[in-house]
Design a protein around this ligand. Structure first.
Ligand code: ADP
Ligand code: ADP
Length: 237
């Protein structure tokens, strides 16, 4: 469960990223956050993950206070939060498996994954995650040789290998063509249904939001301006 109570985020330059956001996302929910560029979607995700400090208000992830967490507590919280980015953020020169292993090690120096020093259990978890996104045949392919859609699936597998309770996807389909975007959204939705991982996906297309959001949150100017079903979302943002 993710809970924000009157959360405001002000960046050091004075720009307000989040403006008094109240939001409760129950366990297992699949939520799409939609809004134009600059609406605060990315700030919301980075705040939940503790990458951006909360200026005021309360933020709880699985009951843990992110806003008041020490560095060590923050690491523990982040280890249960899988992150997916628009640009995939894979290490391109190395294999798919190495990348997926890095998800599990994400706070241990990644050199261990890069040089192939991993345990049997870590490798097994890597295979399982790659199987779940249907890309296990690419396990030993170099990430740079994959298409965008395949790279995003590897990124999803990397997040899954962390055994996350929460998945945060920041514009995961923004750099993909429409059919591939559909495929990746379907993957995220299926994984949410199969594993019950609470999932928050940022999108800037209302049509995809309508199609996939059990719940759609509309943002504008750092505020939540809509919270309802995909079908109700038409004039939200
Ligand atoms: P979105 O993801 O919806 O495009 P963002 O969360 O990236 O929106 O941005 C919300 C607002 O915060 C924008 O005005 C943006 O310019 C500002 N912003 C985002 N990141 C930073 C930053 N690191 N420093 C200062 N302002 C930022
Ligand atoms: P964005 O891509 O939204 O701008 P950043 O570039 O600020 O986000 O993120 C910083 C880096 O931290 C990312 O490249 C990402 O690899 C890493 N990172 C942060 N949190 C996590 C996490 N929970 N799991 C994996 N990687 C993470």
């Amino acid at each position: 469960m993710i809970e924000l109570k009157d959360v405001t985020v002000r960046y050091p330059n004075g720009v307000v990223g989040l403006d008094g956001v109240n939001l409760t996302i129950p366990d297992g929910e699949f939520v799409v956050v939609v809004g134009l560029s600059g609406a605060g979607k990315s700030t919301l995700i980075r705040t939940i993950n503790g990458l951006v400090p909360v200026t005021s208000g309360a933020l709880l992830v699985d009951g843990e206070d992110v806003a008041g967490a020490s560095k060590r507590e923050l690491r523990a919280i982040r280890s249960r939060v899988g992150m997916i980015f628009q640009s995939f953020n894979l290490v391109k020169r190395t294999s798919v498996m190495n990348n997926v292993i890095m998800g599990q090690l994400h706070d241990i120096p990644s050199w261990r994954a890069l040089v192939g020093l991993w345990s049997k259990a870590e490798k097994e978890k890597g295979y399982q995650a790659l199987e779940r996104v249907g890309i296990v045949e690419k396990t030993w392919t170099r990430a740079s040789e994959l298409s965008g859609g395949q790279q995003q699936r590897v990124a999803i597998a990397r997040a899954l290998a962390q055994d996350p309770s929460v998945m945060l996807a920041d514009e995961p389909v923004a750099s993909l063509d429409p059919p591939t975007a559909q495929m990746v959204m379907k993957d995220l939705q299926r994984i949410n249904r199969e594993l019950g991982i609470t999932t928050l996906v940022n999108l800037h297309f209302l049509d995809l939001a309508r199609q996939y959001g059990d719940r759609v949150i509309g943002m504008r100017g750092g505020k939540v301006v809509f919270d309802g079903t995909g079908a109700e979302a038409d004039d939200a943002v």
